[in-house]
Design a protein around this ligand. Sequence first.
Ligand SMILES: C[S@@+](CC[C@H](N)C(=O)[O-])C[C@H]1O[C@@H](n2cnc3c(N)ncnc32)[C@H](O)[C@@H]1O
Length: 251
Amino acid sequence: MTEPPFDRWLEDLERRHLAELSFAQVRKGLQAVSSLYVERRGRIGSGAVFEGEGKRAAFALFYGPLHHLVVERIVASVGAAEPPLSRVLDLGCGTGAAGAAWALAAGAEVFGVERSGWAASEARRTYAALSLRGRATAGDLLRERLPGRGAAILLGWVVNELGDPSRGTLLPRLLEAARRGARVLVVEPIAARQVPWWGEWEQAFAADGGRGDLWRFSAPLPPLVARLDRAAGLDHRVLTARSLYLPGHQD
Ligand SMILES: C[S@@+](CC[C@H](N)C(=O)[O-])C[C@H]1O[C@@H](n2cnc3c(N)ncnc32)[C@H](O)[C@@H]1O
């Protein structure tokens, strides 16, 4: 019997990341990553999240599966996998988890672009473990050519890492890609203070026929994710996110 791809991916993650590190080291890494996201956001732009084995393992083992589950649910809820897509472009793909969820649902290839070379190589492993076709490359998402019809563009938990000028140039480019037929999904944390630019983006998406949503999902967490969650003093029994979605202009 073949295992579901999600379980196979989690097994691969655990085998690799827990080969060198103990559970306690990953838990410590998770607490450091979580503190960067919540209290020390200023250091994120310098790539501090991926400095050190513990933080890398925590991101891959904990945030990757959580982002995968959240994007899977959002894509299903807004109907973003129908009709099927030829490719998903995952901008700031991290370890590839979020774009992989959309690509699996839509029967698409996945292309990740990621500033961190370590995360891009981890994304390649994610795609392989999930039997997805595609590739992940190290680069700046702002330099990427954006596709149109038949493709999707995902920005998962990354727009808030960009500076105001970069966000300002990215927004019209995303709207223009949607006018050429691309489906565009932006996902961010629910905490409003982390996304002061949200109102402006939401208005722009709505003006072009898009939607903005706040999500609360209760999803059973994979066992290791649930253990790390408890051990690090976090609480992700209910998954939350906010999203903006443009379905792509249809002629
Ligand atoms: C919070 S992580 C989210 C990763 C992934 N999207 C996910 O959902 O798991 C944000 C990622 O965006 C990447 N990133 C930030 N600015 C970027 C840029 N200008 N170009 C490419 N990647 C970028 C960071 O290196 C990091 O991996």
